[in-house]
Design a protein. Structure first.
Length: 567
């Protein structure tokens, strides 16, 4: 595309009917008085919008208008134009077209910016006009702190040198708070907080180390560095977590607290020896996060009413089930927040304590000193509690103590890893708990998952795949043919994923008299058939289909999350 010509923005906006002559005269007088830019003033005065101005300019110069909030700019674009140049000249490489490059300009009238882009790219430039606020978001998403991270990695590689390092030398390199490895870890933590990551994975490969973030339940690649960096990073993390730095053959677990962006965060750390070194996973537990109330969990009304009725009982067990990362702990803490009154004594047994709740006695398991779930639970029963929360029923001893507590006048809340509500009693029996104890003590089972919500900024109408439409018809009936479905394309605001945030989907199984009798039957099929009949139309799949019908998530996401519990 040819070099753009100069033009008068005010005359152009009048010509395109974006503003009137009277408004033009007023903005010009304000510009003369304040010395501010015309384009900024005309938007701030409410005469038009940023997008209308950008579209008018694009039309005038024969370029394209690109809404960066609705277009995904790939990470590969950062290698075409240096970050410092992109930010200084207010431009971004949007698309590599082979013979040319589409470049978005916040100010296409800046001929210096155009000339610099042509010089750096050494290819013809196709001009796109973009809104400045969207450009800032896109630059942050594409470049993030890549320049900063790369410089730290280079500095660390220089310190590590080319020879073999022993443990003492590595310790010296990682001991100082100003050491490159410390700054690298801090930058990883800061980026994880910005992107709302729940887990950080540090995985050594043959020649590199890969860092990935789990965001909204899905892993995303964050960075890659030389494999030599992995040893220093893992050593520093083990030092902070108080682990044995000389032991690399066995898995280890630990935890430590840090401040990220002024917010206290607990990191739960797990190491695993692999072929190329120790793999580290850090679970990010934000201590400053407020406990969500039951009303904000967006449960369907019949489930919320049933759950509230179950936790209002003076005794029995209420179980919340689902895989790791499905929001079980958040649901239980929401229940505790509702039960936490001056006349109720609540004790929690957790590994680790994920939220701090005033007025509640919280105990953290410590296997190293034999402070186990079972030992704490036995002591808890002598502390005269009304409500006991057991972080997880992970073995027969913990489950049996919880059952006995429920049968002797205590309300017990806990979690269990099962695929759905119906399979939960069978899982407890498989752990070795007596069948009659399961039937008599468990009052309600709530199974849940978390579904990613579509990004509001880049969703657009879309056709369902045949298998998706068939699945939706099974759950929603003929209504599935009446709606206009949407799918998010991916943009800078959602990090190109098409999703932002998550919401729970639920199913509830209340242990009614017929189900108690069925649970006591030696044939597990009797209970399964009775439970399915009671839950007909109120399953996790049905609740996931409801979110699709409401336009909050995609059929693809609903099927992905509920596939493992499909018939």
């Amino acid at each position: 595309m040819a070099r753009p010509e100069k033009f008068r923005l005010g005359d152009l906006l009048v010509q395109k009917s974006c503003i009137t002559l009277e408004q033009l005269e007023y903005v010009l007088s304000e510009q003369k008085r304040s010395g501010r830019k015309f384009g900024r003033l005309v938007v701030e005065l409410g005469y038009t919008t940023d997008e209308a101005v950008a579209r008018a300019i694009a039309s005038q110069i024969g370029g394209e208008f690109v809404d960066l909030h609705k277009v995904r700019v790939g990470a590969a674009m950062q290698s075409l134009i240096p970050e410092t140049l992109a930010r200084r000249l207010r431009l971004i490489a949007v698309e590599d077209r082979g013979a040319s490059v589409l470049v978005g300009f916040a100010d296409p009238g800046n001929l210096l910016a155009y000339d610099e882009a042509v010089r750096v790219l050494n290819r013809p430039v196709d001009i796109a006009v973009v809104v400045e606020s969207a450009l800032r978001d896109a630059l942050d998403a594409v470049y993030r702190d890549s320049g900063k991270v790369n410089s730290i990695v280079d500095e660390l590689n220089t310190e590590l040198g080319t020879g073999e390092l022993d443990l003492g030398e590595l310790g010296a390199l990682t001991g100082s708070e100003d050491a490159p490895v410390v700054r690298l870890i801090e930058s990883i933590f800061e980026e994880a907080r910005k992107l709302r990551a729940s887990d950080i994975h540090i995985e050594p490969q043959e020649r590199t180390v890969v860092v990935r973030f789990r965001i909204d339940g899905v892993l995303h690649r964050h960075m890659e560095a030389s494999s030599r960096v992995a040893s220093a990073v893992v050593l520093r993390l083990k030092l902070v977590a108080g682990l044995d730095i000389s032991e690399k053959r066995l898995p280890q677990d630990g935890r430590f607290g840090v401040k990220i962006g002024g917010h206290p965060v607990d990191m739960r750390m797990s190491t695993l020896p692999t072929q190329y070194g120790e793999c580290v996973v850090l679970r990010v537990l934000n201590q400053s996060s407020a406990v969500v109330t039951l009303n904000r969990l967006a449960m369907p009304k019949h489930i919320l009413d049933g759950f509230r009725a179950a936790i209002a009982r003076p005794n029995g067990i209420v179980l919340v089930t689902g895989p790791t990362g499905s929001g079980k702990t958040t649901t239980l803490y929401s229940a505790l927040a509702e039960l936490n009154t001056p006349d109720t004594k609540i004790i929690t047994v957790e590994d680790p304590v994920e939220y701090r709740l005033p007025g509640i006695n919280q105990v953290q398991v410590n296997e190293k000193i034999d402070l186990t779930f079972g030992r704490i639970l036995r002591t808890c029963l002598r502390q005269d509690p009304d409500v006991i929360l057991v972080g997880e029923m992970r073995d027969k001893e913990t489950a049996e103590i919880g059952m006995r507590a429920a049968m002797t006048g205590h309300l017990v809340l806990s979690t269990l890893h099962t695929n759905d509500a119906i399979s939960t009693p069978a899982r407890l029996i498989d752990m070795g708990v007596a069948r009659f104890m399961v039937a008599m003590s468990v009052h309600m089972i709530l199974a849940q998952r978390l579904l990613r919500l579509m990004c509001e900024h880049c969703r657009e109408p879309a056709e369902l795949e045949p298998d998706q439409l068939t699945w939706l018809r099974l759950e929603a009936g003929s209504r599935a043919d009446e709606l206009v479905y949407r799918k998010a394309r991916g943009c800078s605001r959602c990090n190109g994923s098409g999703y932002t945030g998550r919401r729970g989907v639920y199913e509830m199984l209340e242990m009614t008299r017929p189900l108690i009798e069925a649970a006591n039957n030696e044939d597990p099929g009797v209970f399964v058939r009775a439970a399915r009949e009671q839950m007909a139309g109120k399953t996790l799949r049905a609740d996931a289909a409801r979110l699709v019908m409401e336009g909050l998530t995609t059929a693809e996401e609903a099927m992905r999350v509920t596939f493992q519990i499909d018939d």
